[in-house]
Design a protein around this ligand. Structure first.
Ligand SMILES: [Zn+2]
Length: 196
């Protein structure tokens, strides 16, 4: 487990007093959540673009999904500031800000482009404050990238259609996949299943 004091002084120096509580809470949840808290802080302090552009390698590339490309200006006009920060600048929303704990049956779609990403069947309560899923709706729906920000290796999850950043996947989820897709709620749009 990586606690705050184990982070390099450069990162520690960025952590203001009001964040200490969240970071200590995050430490109890594991190093990834600590990293997410620091990521959020960095985003608030200086904008995410400089942080997000570092050390990324495209790992997989869907060949079947037709890409949606828009200018930065178009994305800014369409998305809320928080959704823009997450989807286009790879930010992380604050935990417990957008996890609806919605147990109703339905589909979670990409806020950026409307592509179907997850079903309610795969959703579980991870206790992290971020909506968590054991698997995507299909293998084509998301893409993975290796993310080596903050001195650790994480697997980033993107929408395969608009390349929007959704969150990360971790190998500590429930059966049957053993995976935890830790998503930003603001990047997902819940659509309840139609009842007859
Ligand atoms: Zn999308």
């Amino acid at each position: 487990m990586r606690r705050l004091e184990h982070f390099p002084s450069k990162l520690r120096a960025l952590v203001s007093r009001r964040w200490i509580g969240e970071l200590n809470y995050g430490a109890a949840r594991g190093e990834f959540e600590v990293a997410a808290s620091i990521e959020t802080l960095l985003n608030e302090r200086k904008g995410a673009s400089t942080v997000a552009s570092s050390c990324r390698n495209r790992k997989t590339m869907s060949k079947t999904t037709e890409k949606i490309t828009k200018t930065d200006q178009e994305w800014r006009a369409e998305l809320s500031p928080t959704a823009y920060n997450v989807l286009r600048e790879k930010g992380t929303e604050r935990p417990f800000s957008n996890d609806t704990k919605n147990a109703a049956p339905g589909v979670y779609k990409c806020t950026g482009c409307g592509q179907e990403l997850f079903t309610s069947d795969a959703k579980f309560d991870s206790g992290t404050g971020w909506p968590s899923f054991s698997q995507p709706i299909s293998a084509d729906a998301v893409e993975e990238e290796t993310d080596t920000k903050f001195f650790m290796k994480r697997t980033e999850i993107l929408c395969s259609r608009c390349d929007g950043h959704l969150g990360h996947v971790f190998p500590d989820g429930p059966a049957p996949t053993g995976l935890r897709y830790c998503m930003n709620g603001v990047a997902l749009k819940f659509e309840p299943k139609e009842t007859k």
